[in-house]
Design a protein. Structure first.
Length: 169
């Protein structure tokens, strides 16, 4: 569970969420004890977040302490933000693939049939981009350029955590 704790603490730092790793560990252990999750890495899947919240909310009535529920709330908030960032990142990447710029990279350039002039190519690419994504591509590009934390890093760290945990089980 230590690699998973490191991933979550990185997300905490990125979003300025104050939560101790020991509180995170306690919440995840309680979720395991209550049967809300089977493995610690299950918390990375958004499908189980509501179930975990409900189980911990019911546990507050039994245990008379809300510490685990509070910690889970912080974990879920951090994971939701990371998921939103991942979706924004994917949309921005798609947007950039459809609206290539000179010097960005030949692999992202759109191939056109012979006989089209350069002006027609630019017009078709711009038209395709606007029809597929609307006018929010510029905003997504801005988010992509100013984003300080790579979603790929979170994904690879999560995958590494899952791999380490599975080999330790």
């Amino acid at each position: 569970m230590e690699p998973l704790g490191k991933v979550i603490s990185e997300i905490y730092e990125q979003w300025g969420i104050k939560c101790k790793v020991k509180d995170f560990d306690a919440a995840v252990k309680r979720l395991l004890t209550l049967g809300a999750i089977d493995r610690p890495v299950d918390i990375l899947h958004s499908e189980c977040w509501e179930r975990c919240t409900n189980v911990l909310a019911r546990d507050v009535l039994v245990s008379a302490t809300s510490k685990n529920l509070k910690s889970w709330g912080k974990v879920m908030k951090a994971l939701q933000r990371a998921l939103e960032e991942q979706e924004t990142w994917a949309a921005a990447q798609q947007c950039l693939r459809l609206t290539p710029k000179l010097g960005i990279g030949a692999s992202t350039q759109t191939a056109f049939e012979k006989g089209h002039t350069e002006e027609e190519r630019v017009f078709e690419t711009d038209k395709l981009s606007r029809s597929a994504f609307g006018s929010d591509c510029a905003e997504k590009e801005r988010v992509l350029e100013t984003d300080g934390f790579s979603q790929a890093a979170i994904k690879s760290a999560g995958a590494e955590s899952e791999r380490v945990l599975e080999t330790n089980l």
